[in-house]
Design a protein around this ligand. Sequence first.
Ligand code: NAD
Length: 439
Amino acid sequence: MSERPKVRDVGGRLGILLPGFGAVATTFVAGVEAARRGLARPLGSLTQLNTIRLGKRTADRVPRIADFLPLVPLEDLAFGAWDPIPDDGYQSALKAGVLDAPHLKSLRGFLEGIRPMPAVFDRAYVRRLDGTNVKRATTKMELANGLREDIRRFSRENGCERLVMIWCGSTEIFLRPGPAHESLDAFEAAMESNDPAIAPSMIYAYAAIMEGVPYANGAPNLSADVPALEEASVARGVPLAGKDFKTGQTLMKTILAPGFKARMLGIDGWFSTNILGNRDGEVLDDPDSFKTKEESKLGVLEHVLQPEMYPELYGRLYHKVRINYYPPRGDNKEGWDNIDIVGWMGYPMQIKVDFLCRDSILAAPIVLDLALFLDLAARAGLSGIQEWLSFYFKSPQTAEGLYPEHDLFIQHRKLKNTLRWLGGEEPLTHLGMDYYRDG
Ligand SMILES: NC(=O)c1ccc[n+]([C@@H]2O[C@H](COP(=O)([O-])OP(=O)(O)OC[C@H]3O[C@@H](n4cnc5c(N)ncnc54)[C@H](O)[C@@H]3O)[C@@H](O)[C@H]2O)c1
């Protein structure tokens, strides 16, 4: 095991910078403020609610994660955002339609106080959107410099000790990693020459890394998941995490599929369809943005089930994902899954899951946990990809040549063991032999 890091103290304010100030981002900041005022509980957040067992089951040492490790308290968080749509936090949250009017009313002044900074935005990458609150410059490098100035100004004006950035912007069109992403030199040259291979989300990631700000990507577009930015994050000592918040249907998939596999039940087909009517749904109605999301959602079963290892169980699996934009539903998505499983002697069975979910309500606590854990990672001197945060992502970013771990329960153990390691405790193996033997 690599040498155990020492976590630096937590003192001072943490600024959370959000490119994209739509449904997820406004639900997140509203929820933090509601929790600070005692108006709502931060359900879904491990950093706020979860405990962690230390040592043997008989030792009775089960502190809250927040008492075990030095995490920034909610009172010490400050929020900044960029968005091409100039709506302040209150207007944006109203339009998103996630939170009820009484909740929003009580938080109105606070939300109105957060106005998005002009964005690095280009319709070529998100075709279904337009906005006026946009930075102008002649090269992508100049745009990155504009973001870097924003970051420094925000930090100064809000008295922040440290910052993190979490991409909550729209899903960009599908891009494959290419020569422009291979090294930092190539990436910077491509920014100078306005190469279309450099998407806006990459410019934010670059600006964050160069400013020493940890970065996480909540959407499926590449953003920091390219060798150039991984290289830069290691060189600059900056933690990275991504991609695509694991909420809704994929969360259900990574809960159910490991269970079927654990019992060696076969699966012939998994058909997933969604109807949603928020701005995210509208953006995903563009086939090129949907392709980015589809790739992210499809990979999950393949990795959990390992059909190459279990061809008789999963070799025939037909996996289909559909997302349908249906405005009447707003943010209250409905995700249907039909799962054709196969049991003893090849007898077929069916499972139907109808999840009436609220996407942003599931995503908001992920934003909070990622911000606090990335800040912890930075204070522990960790840099580059933080695979222990895979728990929160549909498409976990991993080192080159390493397949991602999608099973939610393995991800959860990895997360908790990393926290134990960071806190100077032994990881748990769950072997438990010593409870039954003298020793
Ligand atoms: N549960 C979830 O809601 C969930 C789960 C996984 C991933 N995501 C992803 O998170 C992202 C945010 O979701 P949402 O529901 O809040 O969407 P949203 O459409 O409500 O908000 C996205 C915001 O990003 C802004 N934006 C677009 N390009 C930008 C740019 N270049 N710079 C700054 N802002 C930009 C848009 O104007 C919009 O306000 C989406 O990419 C979505 O796919 C959401």
